[in-house]
Design a protein around this ligand. Structure first.
Ligand SMILES: NC(=O)c1ccc[n+]([C@@H]2O[C@H](COP(=O)([O-])OP(=O)(O)OC[C@H]3O[C@@H](n4cnc5c(N)ncnc54)[C@H](O)[C@@H]3O)[C@@H](O)[C@H]2O)c1
Length: 368
């Protein structure tokens, strides 16, 4: 069993990573939030499998369990789902001390986390992430929230869990496109903080894609350590936590302009857009003389081996992409803030990049 401690000024909790953990979760939840009743809020797609296992584990540990599921996917990460969950908790008379256990990917941990943060002004939260992205990113660090028609994640709260319980075995059933989405964030962690993690991924591409549990467990642990360290240094994203946005300003512009967005372009999942965004940001850093070319070469090679895109001929026109970047909520005072690599394992926040240099980075990933 691997344990990563998250120590914040007001909160302290453990991230426990262990294959086969979910069916034995009851005792850990009892330590973190002892009470007679718990709510298990789960991804509907996992109900018959992991949902049933966690429900039995909680019952075996002496909890009366309110089980509610809802469909994952961004369309359900909204205030309607939150209202339905509030109603269920109120009808079941869940009390201040009753833990909410969130079981699912980032959509479930963000939505159920927000419910836990606000129901009765906050009840204990236990997250059990089931996608790689949620394990290495969404479930650790306390950002909770939902989407509204005006934009993604605009309503939410910083609310730290009491416990994060990760069972890497659940990744066996994760669709490969979702696995790759999580891998893009793992590569990101390597580039921003940890050359050894980057090398670990390079050495283990085949085992990762075969879902070898031991390798996935180590991958998750290494990434959770990085996410936890960044959050401990800057819980509310006033500084260094913004490094986690490496590749994301470009990615958000791709997502905003791809099919269904502002322009007519190809369709990319978040992790695919992040992969392209990291390649663009690195090309920009290399072109500005901030970063050695070798970092860009290594990054592209690893992303390609993982099955992630590194060029995108079908992007929206560059002028539209630049407009989308300016609309990103991370823009400060009208300037596009970018996280650019200085070397493998180190990045800086840069706000004075000329538009023509950013435009050239977009051209670099068109594959022309
Ligand atoms: N709070 C944060 O710090 C933070 C960080 C990054 C991302 N996020 C949020 O996370 C969300 C994306 O999370 P996601 O990619 O996990 O999406 P998701 O929760 O929608 O899950 C993706 C898909 O995988 C399925 N799934 C989940 N676990 C599975 C398993 N073990 N086996 C088979 N299928 C499984 C789900 O049913 C869904 O269809 C976004 O809303 C994003 O804003 C939050």
């Amino acid at each position: 069993m691997a344990v990563v401690e998250v120590n914040l000024p007001q909160h302290r909790y453990r991230v426990v990573i262990e294959p086969g953990l979910l069916p034995r979760l009851g005792a850990l939840v009892r330590e973190a939030a002892p009470h007679g009743q718990a709510a298990l809020l789960a991804d509907r797609a996992l109900g018959a499998t992991h949902g049933a296992a966690v429900e039995s584990a909680l019952r075996a540990a002496g909890y009366r369990v309110l089980y509610r599921d809802f469909p994952a996917g961004e369309d359900h990460k909204n205030l309607d789902t939150v209202r339905d969950l509030y109603t269920a908790l109120l009808d079941a008379h869940l009390e201040r001390g009753s833990p909410v256990v969130a079981l699912g990917g980032g959509v479930v941990t963000d939505t159920a986390g927000f419910v836990a943060a606000t129901y009765l002004r906050g009840v204990p939260l236990v997250t059990c992430p089931t996608t790689l992205l949620a394990m290495v990113d969404a479930a650790v660090g306390g950002k909770t929230g939902v989407n509204v028609p005006q934009g993604k994640n605009l309503i939410g709260s910083f609310y730290q869990p009491r416990l994060v319980a990760i069972d890497p075995e659940v990744l066996a059933t994760l669709p490969v496109r979702e696995l790759r989405g999580g891998l893009a964030e793992c590569v990101k962690h390597g580039v921003i903080r940890d050359p050894e993690l980057f090398e670990f991924i390079e050495r283990n591409v085949a085992a990762i894609l075969r879902r070898q549990t031991g390798v996935l467990g180590e991958l998750v642990e290494r990434n959770v350590r990085i996410k936890a360290a960044v959050v401990m240094a800057d819980e509310k994203e006033t500084g260094e936590r913004a490094h986690l946005n490496f590749g994301h300003t470009f990615a958000h512009a791709i997502e905003a302009t791809c099919a269904g967005g502002m322009g007519a372009a190809g369709s990319y999942e978040h992790g695919e857009a992040v992969a392209l965004g990291m390649v663009a940001a690195t090309a920009l850093a290399v072109a500005c003389g901030r970063c050695p070319q070798a970092v860009g070469t290594q990054l592209k090679a690893l992303l390609e081996r993982l099955g992630l895109p590194t060029c995108a001929p079908d992007l929206a026109p560059t002028a539209i992409l630049l407009d989308a970047m300016r609309l990103d909520k991370k823009v400060a005072g009208g300037r596009i803030r970018l996280v650019l690599p200085d070397r493998m394992g180190g990045v800086s926040i840069v706000s004075d990049t000329p538009d023509d240099a950013i435009a050239a980075a977009w051209e670099a990933i068109r594959g022309a």
